[in-house]
Write a protein that binds this ligand. Structure first.
Ligand SMILES: Nc1ncnc2c1ncn2[C@@H]1O[C@H](COP(=O)(O)OP(=O)(O)OP(=O)(O)O)[C@@H](O)[C@H]1O
Ligand SMILES: [Mg+2]
Length: 419
């Protein structure tokens, strides 16, 4: 028991004697027949692949390095044509990671220490991925003789952790903003109330009356803002109904044409038939309007905005968490894409945060996307954005689909959700 637990520590890579027995050859061991050995190997390969964990072994004396099939797969190399060496293996690591792993291996070779690191590699086809590299050393004659270890692709897990953290961050900022807005709202109500009273006593057209009217106007603006903030912390739509997104968005197209102006164009690319989801129509009008206005602002009056609606089916991905990611099963989605300035990964990371804006002071509140996020989430949906700097962005909203009623059901009747 001690030995097993110890296998995660550095010193512990060695058994108490400091020596390791030669690696057991499963097929040659008494009591393990060929069939069993074959089955064992196949099962290990399958589980390796499922967990995206490969293995490797390095002989310090001869310098030979062995990778299992999964380690090859993670590097996108072909085991039939690529024979790894220590040097070529280290070359896969991204700058920054390479120094760290080189040092770890060097230290292991001298002192017999192990390592457990999360690093980045660039695969043969040029993809940057995150890996967990673990190594342990086997001693012989008191000297490090071989190292072996696990090599895991943790890119998806990292992405998910990142999403979960971003979602938690947004929710806490949203809650905080909501609490402040709630108190603030009470004070504004008092300001408006007293301004009304004072206004009644002031002569129409007098400077006093004029000033009081300005106070009331400013307070009304503040109410709109606090209303928006409040919707972030309790965004449940007051009234939802089964809405055909195609129909809802179609009626907005003339408005968009007026709004975008300049030499920019806007086009609709709607899936045929009706695309039904249970939402608040007024909120989803607002969501689409926010996305279109952002697209317009990103284009400087030139380029194309496309509004697209689609039916989709989402299977549960292998690495998933219930609170992030699109709904599974039958879905409807809509996206707004633009050919504007796009966003850097650093901006993309923060766009749904309340008050995050890159627009000059007075131009944007940074609440547009935070509001969209809260509304979509409250409807059981998911919103995400992808972007290439200099080329444009795509915002996609996915909602659980409502089954289209059968031909014999009354028009507008709601069927049970299909997922
Ligand atoms: N289509 C897009 N292309 C490029 N950047 C975008 C796009 N949509 C959003 N952004 C970025 O995300 C930021 C936040 O957007 P959001 O709609 O929340 O606020 P805003 O547009 O700045 O202000 P507001 O919507 O409150 O007037 C924007 O300032 C911009 O940097
Ligand atoms: Mg906006």
């Amino acid at each position: 028991m001690n030995e097993r637990r110890a296998s995660t520590g550095e010193e512990s890579a060695r058994p108490p004697s400091g020596e390791w027995p030669e690696r057991a050859d499963a097929a040659a061991s008494p009591g393990v027949d060929r069939d069993q050995a074959t089955r064992l190997i196949r099962l290990m390969q399958q589980t390796e692949h499922l967990a995206r964990v490969g293995g490797w072994e390095l002989d310090f004396t001869s310098g030979s390095l062995f990778w299992t099939d999964e380690t090859h797969r993670i590097h996108e190399t072909d085991p039939r044509t690529f024979t790894p060496t220590l040097e070529s293996a280290l070359a896969f690591y991204a700058p920054g990671s390479r120094e760290v792993i080189t040092q770890a291996v060097g230290h292991a070779q001298v002192a017999g220490t192990g390592w457990d690191l999360e690093l980045e590699i660039v695969t043969r086809t040029g993809r940057m991925i995150s890996v967990r590299a673990t190594g342990q050393v086997m001693m012989s004659g008191g000297k490090p003789q071989r190292a072996y270890g696990a090599f895991q692709d943790i890119t998806e897990r990292r992405r998910l952790e990142h999403q979960l953290m971003a979602a938690a961050r947004m929710e806490s900022i949203g809650r905080l903003a909501g609490h402040i807005a709630h108190d603030f709202n009470n004070w504004i109500t008092a300001i408006i109330g007293y301004a009304e009273l004072a206004g009644q006593g002031a002569r129409p057209g007098s400077p006093e009356r004029e000033a009081i009217d300005r106070i009331r106007e400013a307070a009304q603006h503040a109410t709109t803002l606090t209303g928006q903030l409040l919707s972030l912390s309790r965004p449940m739509p007051a009234e939802t109904s089964v809405v055909d997104l195609n129909e809802l968005f179609q009626t907005m197209m003339p408005l968009f044409k007026g709004v975008i102006g300049g030499a920019a164009t806007i086009r609709a690319n709607f899936a045929p038939g009706s695309l039904k989801a249970r939402v608040s129509a007024s909120q989803f009008r607002q969501v689409l309007l926010n996305l279109v206005l952002n697209a317009r602002d990103a284009m400087n009056g030139r380029g194309t905005i496309e509004i697209r609606t689609e039916r989709r089916r989402h299977e549960m991905p292998l690495v998933a968490a219930a609170s992030v990611g699109p709904p599974t099963g039958d879905c409807v989605s809509f996206s707004v894409s633009d050919t504007g300035e796009g966003m850097t990964p650093e901006i993309l990371d923060r766009i749904f945060e309340p008050f995050f804006t890159t627009k000059p002071g007075g131009k944007g509140t940074g609440l547009g996307l935070a509001t969209c996020y809260a509304m979509v989430k409250a409807s059981g949906g998911h919103i995400e954005a992808t972007s290439v700097p200099g080329q444009g962005s795509v915002f996609t909203v996915t909602l659980p689909a409502i089954k289209t009623p059968r031909a014999d059901s009354p028009v507008g009747a709601e069927a049970a959700p299909s997922a």
